[in-house]
Design a protein around this ligand. Structure first.
Ligand code: NAD
Length: 335
């Protein structure tokens, strides 16, 4: 059996080698390039492909894979926005993803964003850079006793809920499908507005369905408590960034921890010589604030998560090639 991997980063290669050692009958090869119509030729002669990219998977590229007899695709991440399922159906592909690789990675990062904002770490860093080691007036706040609002309590949001309860916060949550375990803990309210209105710290953990684009817009900010802290480690499009910038300017929002941004593809995973070379006006409007922490979509980025992304995608690709049931099949019959 031969599997070809696209978009491979250096930090994935060790895990690929480990997987390969455990599967001596499977030949693995890879490129750091993403799958395009041009790079599809690299997979000629292989049985399955394993992918990871933020750019869309084009029909032309998929048609080429199909013409080489490849029909099994596994992605090493959760997101499937890059696929047109109709193309996959028309061309006879089966697809797997890795829906759960480490919810703790994102939940812990979410917690660190909260703590860094509450303890005013960016301001202390700035003071340290100026050899100013005085406390005053950079006094912090505690999670203990705060109301933490969580929208979306799936794999990640439910871990955030448990962490916040351990900190002694009051957790208020909304989910279109409440989790039975958390329901017993009495954390759910009936509407997202109740979460938005009650939260001292609001954290988002839903996918980005079309109906949820700009879930947090100017109207939502108007309903929030003054000085609320907003954390978004889910999807950039959930927050109307211009409305967030206005709410930071007015002081309505007291701090924002953002691991995802609407226009992140223009900035994240790129190296600039200077901040002047970054063109994105929203990013520039957010970056130089003491009360905003931006991380470049790294909430997931731990050794545990990357190991699981590589192992689970390869395991499932091989299962499909051996006509066995994969662990994470994607239902491509639904849009
Ligand atoms: P999940 O599918 O396990 O949970 C999502 C939850 O949101 C579900 O319980 C669902 O019922 C609920 N939900 C959906 N729409 C809702 C709405 N409008 N209002 C309230 N609840 C709603 O997903 P997950 O694995 O927990 O991922 C959550 C988010 O985190 C996703 O957006 C995902 O893309 C993102 N994510 C980010 C990173 C990162 O590195 N920053 C990594 C992985 C996942």
């Amino acid at each position: 059996m031969k599997i070809y991997l696209y978009g491979v980063r250096e930090d994935e290669q060790g895990y690929m080698k480990e997987w390969s050692n455990a599967h001596p009958d499977v030949e693995l090869d890879y490129t750091n390039q993403i799958l395009t119509e041009e790079t599809a030729d690299l997979a000629k002669g292989y049985n399955g492909v394993v992918l990871l990219q933020t750019q869309a998977y084009t029909r032309a590229a998929l048609e080429k894979l199909q013409s080489f007899g490849i029909s099994k695709i596994s992605v090493r991440n959760v997101g499937l926005d890059g696929f047109d399922f109709k193309d996959l159906r028309d061309l006879g592909f089966s697809l797997t993803n890795v829906p759960v690789y480490s919810p703790n990675a994102i939940a812990e990062h979410t917690t660190s964003l909260m703590l860094r904002l509450l303890r005013r770490v960016p301001e202390f860093d700035q003071k340290f850079a100026n050899t100013d080691f005085r406390w005053f007036p950079t006094i912090g706040e505690e999670i203990n006793g705060k109301t933490v609002g969580i929208i979306g309590t799936g794999h990640i949001g439910s871990v955030v809920a448990r962490i916040m309860m351990a900190f002694g916060a009051k957790v208020v949550a909304y989910d279109i499908k409440p989790n039975p375990y958390l329901e017993n803990l009495g954390i759910y309210v009936d509407t997202p507005d109740e979460v938005i209105e009650q939260a001292d710290i609001l954290t988002l953990h839903t996918p980005l369905a079309k109906r949820d684009v700009h879930m947090i817009d100017a109207d939502a900010f108007a309903k929030m408590k003054d000085g609320v802290i907003l954390i978004n480690a889910a999807r950039g499009g959930l927050v109307d960034t211009d409305a967030l910038i206005a709410a930071l300017d007015s002081g309505k929002v007291g701090g924002a921890g953002l691991d995802v941004l609407e226009s992140e593809n223009d900035v994240f995973q790129k190296k600039f010589d200077s901040i002047n070379d970054v063109k994105d006006p929203q990013f520039k409007a957010l970056i130089n604030r003491d009360n905003v922490i931006i991380t470049p979509h790294t909430a997931f980025y731990t050794t545990t998560a990357v190991h699981n992304m590589v192992f689970d995608s390869l395991n499932d690709n091989l299962k499909m090639l051996e006509n066995k049931a994969p662990k994470y099949p994607v239902d491509i019959t639904v849009e």
